[in-house]
Design a protein around this ligand. Structure first.
Ligand SMILES: Nc1nc2c(ncn2[C@@H]2O[C@H](COP(=O)(O)OP(=O)(O)OP(=O)(O)O)[C@@H](O)[C@H]2O)c(=O)[nH]1
Ligand SMILES: Nc1nc2c(ncn2[C@@H]2O[C@H](COP(=O)(O)OP(=O)(O)OP(=O)(O)O)[C@@H](O)[C@H]2O)c(=O)[nH]1
Ligand SMILES: [Mg+2]
Ligand SMILES: [Mg+2]
Lengths: 280, 275
């Protein structure tokens, strides 16, 4: 817990009323360790530590337990700022259908999240259609079909070369997991996006992702019009630093969070909550 | 000449960055960098290749060698891990590898929870022409493992590879279920399971360490598998796990095809992490 670590650091400082710049460096080492352990990317940690240093010096942090709290607050505010201080909702197309394409690395949670989003939209009175174009993974189409059956929603199987967009006011397209360095697969998803003119292209990222998440997200963003991030498996209690790094490096806003395996386990993103988790 | 490239402060920063970006824990990187800086400052190592060798040796030493544990017949391997890490694919790959090596593996589709999980393993089994025992969706996963071990006995299979449902280490009831699967395997055959392989997604960060701890408590994990190393992630989280729990890394998943499985090679693994 950053709060406790800082309190211990501040407790060892010599009894001055104000913390010196040298003392502050001790505290900043704690901040660096906490952020790296939270999977925040190396570059973003550097940026954040520099920002916190600047603001802590500006604020003249006091020596003592309240000084530790002061530094935590400075870090917390810097995190919230970086995450984007408001929730970002899913867009609707001006002319139907709204098309949402789900993309991401293997196993991140795309198929499950596709069904969860369909569930949310249906509860809002909309008519979602689920389409799977995952012709790669064994039984991938069976998986989405089974989820659609659970929800009583239609699921269509299609080839990535011809994605049907009829049957409802919102089409959610589940694509195969892929590596950002797999040229053929990246070309495939580019053509899916080109053919479907999506309103949203959501990058689904595993909350447990480490330092590589930023590189993968940047590569996806460079080739696709990514409009939002879904952070899945937030119930793993992983600190989720990858989401912050992705936001900082690519500007992609976190829109949704997957919080469990059940189809109602999805929440709108809250920057404050995520900042709390990253802080530990 | 490359073997004489001198170590600079800037290169040391690049080394630290490479290690952290490989998902090596800061609790391991900081002491390694401290030692490296001492060694360089005292003139005991002046060139890049010398420092890289020292770092590589230090990290390779952290990974315990895999010991071949004695096993009963049929041998029983349980595949466990968090959601989406690559268990089902690994189970199929391992079965193919063992069959190609002359064994008679039997797959057990003990993920009775997730949508189309049984279909997924059955599809692999069919593709690879391997036998599989399945339960029905919603059934007791421990019963599937029990049945598979009995079936292996009567059919003469030398090894059972049981795929289980993805589960988060934060869910107590799922870790309890896993504990029960292990107990029931032991009832089907004394001493089973012989191996409990924790499948870790190579793209994961520090959370992998918490996973390893909880899974080891619940299921006495005997070894690790790191998947998705054909991407750009380096799987550095295993070092803290090896350090804390002494778990060896047995296999590496390097792609989505049945043949994309290689045995762990610690020197190659570490070299891939270095600048
Ligand atoms: N606990 C938890 N599990 C989740 C969440 N989202 C997805 N999962 C699980 O994670 C695993 C992978 O989910 P999928 O939806 O199959 O992932 P995917 O991205 O479609 O995988 P590929 O198509 O193979 O790339 C499954 O076991 C899901 O049940 C979540 O928010 N919480
Ligand atoms: N690139 C790559 N993808 C892999 C590798 N291993 C598995 N995958 C992919 O990762 C995704 C998830 O694999 P699964 O085998 O379904 O994972 P799982 O752990 O059984 O998932 P759950 O049962 O839902 O928890 C699939 O798309 C696999 O093709 C690997 O070594 N490299
Ligand atoms: Mg999928
Ligand atoms: Mg599986």
């Amino acid at each position: 817990q950053l709060q406790d670590r800082l309190a211990a650091t501040f407790a060892t400082l010599q009894g001055r009323p104000r913390v010196t710049e040298a003392d502050l460096e001790e505290a900043l080492r704690d901040v660096r360790v906490a952020l790296l352990e939270a999977d925040v990317s190396f570059k973003v940690v550097k940026q954040l530590v520099a920002t916190v240093r600047e603001r802590a010096i500006g604020q003249q942090v006091v020596q003592s337990v309240s000084g530790a709290q002061q530094v935590v607050k400075i870090v917390h505010d810097a995190l919230v700022e970086m995450l984007g201080s408001e929730a970002s909702p899913l867009e609707r197309a001006t002319t139907a259908p709204t098309v949402i394409v789900m993309v991401g690395l293997q196993g991140s949670g795309k198929t499950t999240t596709s069904a969860k989003i369909a569930n949310v939209l249906r509860k809002q009175g909309r008519k979602p259609v689920l389409v799977t174009v995952d012709v790669h993974r064994p039984a991938a189409m069976d998986q989405l079909e089974a989820l659609g059956k659970q929800l009583g929603l239609p699921v269509r199987r299609a080839d990535p070369k011809s994605v049907p967009l009829d049957g409802g006011d919102t089409v959610i397209v589940d694509t195969a997991g892929r590596l950002h360095i797999d040229e053929a697969m990246m070309a495939e998803v580019e053509s899916i996006v080109a053919a479907t003119h999506p309103t949203e292209v959501l990058l689904v990222v595993d909350a447990m992702a480490g330092q590589d998440a930023v590189d993968a997200a940047s590569a996806f963003k460079a080739r696709l019009p990514i409009t939002g991030l879904v952070l899945a498996k937030v119930d793993s209690d992983a600190r989720g630093g990858a989401s912050l790094s992705i936001r900082a490096a690519t500007g992609i806003p976190v829109k949704l969070m997957g919080t469990g395996e059940k189809l109602d386990a999805i929440e709108v993103f809250h920057p404050d909550r995520l900042a709390q988790r990253i802080l530990g | 000449k490359p073997e004489e490239e001198p170590v600079t402060d800037e290169w040391l920063d690049r080394l630290e960055e490479a290690l952290l970006r490989a998902d090596l824990s800061v609790s391991l990187v900081d002491p390694v960098m401290l030692q490296v800086r001492d060694v360089v400052r005292e003139g005991r190592a002046k060139t890049v290749p010398k420092v890289l060798d020292a770092v590589r040796d230090a990290l390779v030493a952290v990974i315990p060698p895999a010991a071949e544990a004695p096993a009963g017949t049929p041998r029983v391997i349980l595949v466990v891990g968090v959601n989406g890490s690559g268990k089902t694919t690994f189970a199929a790959k391992l079965a193919k590898r063992l069959r190609d090596g002359g064994e008679k593996p039997l797959l057990a589709a003990a993920d009775t929870f997730r949508a189309a999980a049984i279909e997924q393993l059955e599809s692999w089994a069919q593709r690879l022409q391997l036998p599989v025992v399945s339960g029905r969706p919603g059934g007791d996963p421990a019963a599937v493992v029990f049945d598979a071990i009995q079936a292996a006995r009567s059919r003469g299979n030398s090894v059972v590879i049981a795929d289980t449902a993805g589960r988060l280490h934060t869910k107590g009831y799922l870790m309890d279920e896993l504990e029960k699967i292990v107990r029931v395997a032991g009832r089907a055959r004394e001493g089973a399971p012989d191996e409990v392989l924790l499948v870790l997604d190579g793209t994961q960060g520090q959370n992998a360490i918490l996973q390893a701890r909880e899974f080891t408590k619940a299921a006495k994990v005997t070894g690790l598998v790191v998947t998705k190393l054909d991407g750009t992630a380096k799987g550095g989280a295993v070092f803290a796990i090896a350090n804390d729990l002494g778990l060896p890394v047995r296999w590496l998943g390097v792609g989505e095809k049945a043949e994309d499985l290689v045995p762990m090679d610690a020197r190659a693994y570490v070299t891939a992490m270095l600048p």
